[in-house]
Design a protein around this ligand. Structure first.
Ligand code: C2E
Ligand code: MG
Ligand code: MG
Length: 725
């Protein structure tokens, strides 16, 4: 590559001599430009592309060291060689002190020495420049990264900090330089707060190998505050591979750590109540089991489900529901020791782990306390809300050896508490588990039963107790399972209610019953009413009234022949809504019966509000009648009350003549029970309807019951899934 040289001298002989010398240099000639004035030279330098300057410090417009200074200012990175009188050594020295690369004595240019020197000066300068550019680039890079970088020398004294390191340590580079690394990079263990046995820098200097800090290390800044850091420390080697120092690269992890902590917390806690969630509870139970095993102790798991919470949520809104859950949380926390865990499983379900419980008595004590505390009114906004809870309890190790089975069994026991009238607690027993498995089994089979047309309706007559005539029929559901045979409703109705299938099944039963009675009417067999049982779940469905209307319309049955049987407890739960639904049904023209009357604690005032046509006295009261002279106080009271409200009364479960006689005396008008007939299939019921005189008429005055079709039906009724699978 050709180099361009600017010669500044007002001595033409000198200039020509140089030109000649440089022009024929064997390694490629130099391009030479000659100017005589400093100002022209400076202008030329500004244009660029000059690789070296040879200057006679005595020019037309400038002289002495000032000429040198001006040139250097104009081209600071261009090498300058001065041209002096041989005797003017002082000036040459002055220039070289200020950065002149070499000097030539006028008239003494020796052969190829000048061009060679010039070339090597130019080369050295460009290497230097490249080096500086690289260094500057490295410096900029180090200062622009967010990681802090500290370098030390071979003795572990600081010789470099980038800006991030200055910010994080609180030391400036200048202040830190030369200080032992321990003073600037002061670290302690996050837990013990003690400095490490050896600063990582010393470790690297000793082992000549990279290392990194333990997780959780804290850096103590210059002002004494602390920050969590993560680092890696590595040796620095020179060209020959010799260890010359150490570099520490580290960064602040406090934010990341705080974030990770927060995320770990929310993964284990419930956002609404801040209670441990299912995952954390399971962990705690597992830990508690390990400890209990070691110390031979017991644990208790309490599974709580608030009673009728859904109703509060639906009627008062989710915001109120949420506040109530928070209030419940406070009460629950209050009821247990700090070593116990209250967790929320979701919805209105809570699980409490009682550690250190020596006896089941502890659990009883806490369960009692919870039931009492929760019952006290909860002030939510302006209103006071009331809530109760049902609790299931399982005990380690009797009821399960791991977290899952303890929670599952407590859950099962909770269902029993619900079935037991809510607002109480139940301990788990193995028998419950068998039932839970059975329920699961039934649910699986129920899901296909409707599609496979496995349901049938049986019909049981209702009888006029004076004349013995059939006054109506109650449709009773049976499940004719291909393997198990006939399955009775007690076995599957509540399962169907729990999994929601009851709506489809109930709808089928309603249509089927309407269809059957319409058929009997069309055959001219009867004008009796058909009573269909309605489950709580169906009754509360928004679409229920419409579904009844559709069933009547599609089957063509007149509404007055349909009687809906709804149990007393269903109607009593949220009586106001019940009244509204009943009124709608009533206005459609269907009849309404209150089933299992006497078991749901109706008050007379409610009875008056319900637009009911019929009261069905629960079997249990009829069973209590033992002799014709029995006082049968309840039955008497109920019949009396019904008569005074002008409702018709049907006595359920009439099994013998004594009961019949007693009921007749009370002027109870209708009865239903095995004494007259078992529930029978449609064809058999048709035969009954076709008879002029019902078979039981002749027995009205005898003491032995006469049961129509009894053997056959009885076998069917004993269909029991336990026997069949
Ligand atoms: P429920 O409505 O009170 O029906 C009367 C129950 O008493 C029937 O039991 C019937 O077979 C039985 N029974 C009748 N006479 C006597 C008697 O003299 N002695 C005794 N010990 N029992 C008698 P079943 O058919 O097992 O039905 C049980 C319950 O299942 C019904 O009680 C009703 O609540 C429910 N159920 C039946 N069919 C349906 C339905 O289609 N839908 C709904 N949701 N529930 C139904
Ligand atoms: Mg009924
Ligand atoms: Mg009943």
């Amino acid at each position: 590559m050709q180099n361009r040289i600017l010669i500044l001298t007002n001595d033409p002989a000198e200039a020509n001599a140089l030109k000649e010398l440089l022009g024929k240099f064997i390694n490629g000639p130099f391009e030479v430009e000659w100017l005589t004035r400093l100002d022209a030279g400076i202008i030329r330098l500004h244009e660029g592309n000059i690789d070296a300057i040879i200057v006679d410090l005595l020019l037309e417009d400038s002289s002495g060291i000032d000429t040198f200074d001006q040139l250097q200012a104009a081209a600071p990175h261009t090498p300058i060689i001065t041209l002096n009188e041989a005797e003017d050594e002082a000036l040459a020295l002055e220039a070289s002190l200020r950065g002149a690369q070499a000097h030539l004595s006028k008239g003494h240019f020796a052969g190829s020495l000048v061009p060679q020197t010039l070339r090597s000066i130019i080369q050295r300068k460009s290497v230097e420049e490249a080096f500086y550019t690289e260094k500057a680039r490295a410096e900029i890079a180090l200062n622009s990264i967010s990681d802090a970088v500290i370098c030390t020398d071979i003795s572990g004294n600081i010789d470099y900090l980038n800006i991030a390191a200055e910010n994080i340590t609180g030391w400036s580079r200048e202040e830190a330089r030369g200080h032992p690394v321990n003073e600037v990079f002061k670290i302690v263990d996050g837990i013990s707060h003690k400095p490490p046995a050896q600063n990582p820098v010393h470790l690297v200097l000793k082992n000549n190998e990279p290392t990194s800090l333990n997780a959780g290390t804290l850096l103590i800044r210059r002002d004494g505050t602390q920050v969590s850091i993560e680092d890696s420390t590595s040796p620095i080697h020179d060209w020959n591979g010799k260890l010359t120092g150490v570099v520490i690269v580290f960064h602040d992890v406090s934010v990341a750590q705080a974030m990770a902590k927060k995320m770990a917390y929310s993964a284990q806690h419930d956002f609404l109540t801040d209670l441990p969630n299912r995952a954390l509870l399971n962990d705690r139970i597992s830990q508690a089991i390990t400890l209990a095993k070691r110390h031979g102790k017991q644990l208790a798991v309490l599974f709580l489900d608030l009673d009728n919470f859904k109703h509060i949520n639906d009627s008062l809104g989710h915001a109120t529901g949420d506040k109530l859950l928070q209030s419940v949380t406070q009460r629950l926390r209050h009821c247990v020791r700090s070593s116990d865990t209250v967790s929320r499983q979701g919805g209105d379900e809570f699980v409490i782990l009682l550690t250190e419980s020596k006896f089941a008595v502890d659990a009883t004590f806490i369960a009692d306390k919870i039931i009492t505390e929760l019952t006290l009114p909860h002030s939510i906004g302006a209103s006071e809300l009331h809530i109760t809870t049902s609790i299931g309890i399982s005990i380690y190790p009797e009821d399960g050896e791991d977290a899952d089975s303890l929670v599952k069994n407590a859950d099962t026991a909770m269902y029993h508490a619900k079935a037991n009238g809510r607002n109480n607690y139940q301990f788990f027993s193995n028998e419950m588990n068998v039932r839970a498995v059975e329920r699961q089994f039934i649910e699986t089979h129920l899901r296909v039963a409707l599609e496979n047309q496995e349901f049938i309706l049986y019909y049981q007559p209702k009888t006029n107790l004076t004349t013995g005539e059939i006054t109506g029929a109650e449709a009773l559901l049976r499940w004719d399972h291909p393997e198990w045979g006939i399955v009775m409703p007690q076995r599957f109705i509540s399962v169907a209610e729990d999994c929601g299938l009851i709506v489809a099944i109930g709808n089928w039963a309603l249509r089927e019953a309407c269809l059957q009675v319409k058929k009997w009417q069309d055959l001219g067999l009867s004008t009796i009413t058909i009573a269909v049982n309605i489950s709580a779940i169906e009754f509360r469905q928004n679409s229920f009234v419409q579904r009844v209307r559709t069933a009547l319309m599609e089957t063509g049955l007149s509404p007055k022949y349909l009687q809906l049987e709804i149990t007393e407890s269903v109607l009593m739960h949220d009586a106001a809504t019940s009244v509204a639904i009943l009124n709608e049904l009533k206005s459609m023209g269907v009849q309404l019966a209150m089933d299992d009357f006497g078991t749901g604690y109706s008050s007379l005032s409610y009875l008056k509000q319900f637009p009911i046509d019929v009261l069905k006295i629960d079997q249990s009261f009829v069973h209590d009648i033992r002799s014709a002279t029995d006082k049968g106080i309840i039955v008497s009271a109920v019949v009396g009350m019904a008569n005074s409200l002008e409702l018709s009364v049907v006595a359920e479960g009439v099994e013998n003549h004594t009961q019949l006689t007693f009921l007749k005396k009370l002027k109870c008008k209708e009865g239903q029970g095995y004494f007259f007939s078992q529930p029978v299939i449609a064809e058999q019921f048709s035969s009954l309807l076709k008879m002029d005189i019902t078979p039981w008429r002749c027995n009205f005055s005898e003491k032995t019951p006469s049961i129509l079709f009894s053997n056959k039906i009885f076998n069917l009724d004993r269909g029991n899934i336990n026997e069949h699978h």
